[in-house]
Design a protein around this ligand. Structure first.
Ligand code: NAG
Ligand code: NAG
Ligand code: NAG
Length: 468
């Protein structure tokens, strides 16, 4: 494959800067990547399965940019943590001084935004991304700063990303040169996607070519408009068909592309649900498949369900929650547990937040109606998730515990009967309290009075208090 598959559309759609940034936030376009990675994924994971479980989990997290934590945008600028996946269509800023990235939902009223944006008053504060406004040097410096600004626990993840960036990206000067050369053969995203879809659909394509096409396609469908083109090109139908292919790699990669296309894209979500994608994803999750396949299917399922109450209803109706619970007892699927809990937490919170924002939107009444019919929490309690979730507090990773603590906290009112007499939970909480008291004290000594560990300690104390 030639690099022309990637670069022209980048020139047309994105700036050099966004290219650099997107390399850090989500998988980016590289044909090299497709051949290097695609067919070795399985091998890697086989090797890993022999390693220690926890080590595996950490590595899995790092190597999977597509289903890293998603950034939830608001109308306010928020810091984007390294590795967070950015939904398409946001305003993104790069603070050249700190190397931090900020993102928020687009604001219709530009002038108002400028007035409200406090950064505009600061010298060298965050600036809107505009490739002409800063130099290569500044960019490099900003990327270097990004490295310095991360916390110790983010360092490993950050390093993996940088390696990835380095591997995928040529020196900036070289890149510019290639852009100039490629200018003559500009292709639109639509044309490129059409080619990729054809390559995937062609009966004469080898499995490797199909996987490579899917891998490249995944890059394009992150953009909301491209994901809509996926519909008009008939690509969605092909992807859904791929979910019940007999070839595990095709199951894996069609899930991967679907997950990206479904993220924050209501039109694709509706079309995929109508096309039977939900049932097929549940079949993948319920049957005997490898961890990598199930992981991608879970990613696609999560993208399908988020902010889509009708799909959530169908999910419950089809027994999806039981399928996820069975995954939580299936051997070898431990790395999926936290992702599952994160999904459940997000769905619970989504419904709660809706209550807070009632009356802000014309469609709100209908949405409220739909959410009303999603009886997730009662099903969670009934199916014994309370204990499944609290048991995950025994995992050693801080960020896992953080997610589980949040979930336990939000479920506390409903799981009270389960949690109250649970000596196991009581014991776990006191061990965690000890550990985080020490870590919070160290943190304070280093001058971080309102640090991460103090926050975790606060959650633990609050939960323990409420269980008294
Ligand atoms: C896929 O190929 C078949 C014939 O092999 C064709 O009928 C169909 O339209 C193609 N689908 C897309 C989306 O290109
Ligand atoms: C996949 O499912 C469709 C129906 O949704 C069916 O027509 C097709 O034969 C199935 N493919 C395989 C390989 O089972
Ligand atoms: C929890 O454990 C603490 C000691 O760690 C003990 O004082 C307390 O009574 C226990 N509470 C319950 C509900 O078992």
């Amino acid at each position: 494959m030639s690099p022309s598959i990637c670069f022209p559309s980048i020139v047309s759609k994105l700036s050099l800067v966004v290219l650099l940034l997107s390399a850090i936030s989500f998988p980016s376009c590289s044909s090299v990547r497709a051949t290097e990675f695609a067919l070795t994924t399985k091998e890697e994971s086989d090797v890993k399965e022999q390693n220690q479980k926890e080590v595996e989990e950490v590595e899995e997290e790092e190597l999977d940019p597509e289903d890293l934590e998603v950034f939830y945008p608001t109308r306010q600028w928020q810091t984007v943590r390294p590795g967070q996946a950015l939904p398409a269509g946001l305003h993104v800023q790069l603070n050249l001084q700190t190397g931090e990235r900020l993102a928020k939902l687009p604001d219709n009223d530009n002038e108002k935004r400028d007035a409200k944006d406090p950064s505009k008053n600061k010298r060298l504060g965050p600036i809107e991304i505009d490739p002409s406004s800063f130099t290569t040097q500044e960019l490099k410096k900003a990327l270097a700063k990004m490295k310095e600004s991360v916390k110790a626990e983010d360092m490993l993840e950050q390093k993996a990303h940088q390696e990835d960036v380095r591997r995928r990206f040529r020196p900036i000067e070289k890149l510019k040169e290639e852009f100039r050369e490629l200018n003559v053969l500009l292709e639109t995203d639509f044309e490129i996607m059409s080619k990729l879809i054809n390559r995937f659909n062609r009966t004469t394509s080898t499995l490797e070519e199909k996987i490579a096409a899917l891998y490249d396609l995944e890059y394009y469908v992150h953009q909301v408009d491209n994901a809509k083109d996926l519909l008009s090109l008939g690509g969605l139908r092909l992807l859904i068909n791929g979910l019940n292919s007999t070839e595990p790699l095709l199951k894996e990669y069609t899930s991967f592309v679907l997950g990206a296309a479904l993220s924050s894209n209501p039109r694709v979500q509706v079309a995929a649900l109508d096309g039977g994608a939900l049932q097929k994803l549940l079949v993948v999750l319920a049957t005997d498949q490898s961890l990598v396949v199930k992981k991608k299917a879970l990613f696609a399922l999560s993208s399908m369900l988020r902010n889509f109450p009708y799909a959530q209803q169908q999910f419950l109706r089809l027994g999806g929650l039981q399928i996820l619970r069975d995954l939580c007892t299936e051997k070898g699927m431990e790395t999926l547990h936290v992702r599952i809990v994160t999904l459940l937490y997000d769905l619970i919170i989504e419904k709660l937040l809706l209550k807070e924002s009632e009356g802000q939107d014309d469609h709100m009444e209908e949405r409220t109606q739909q959410y009303h019919q999603v009886n997730l929490v009662p099903a969670i309690v009934e199916q014994g998730w309370c204990t499944i979730i609290s048991n995950l507090l025994k995992r050693p990773q801080h960020d896992t515990r953080e997610k589980v603590l949040k979930t336990v906290d939000v479920l506390l009112a409903f799981c009270r009967e389960n949690y109250k007499g649970d000596h196991n939970l009581n014991h776990t909480l006191s061990l965690l309290r000890q550990e985080y008291e020490e870590l919070a004290a160290e943190e304070q000594k280093e001058g971080d009075g309102d640090g991460y560990f103090k926050e975790l300690l606060g959650s633990i104390n609050s939960i323990a208090q409420q269980l008294k």
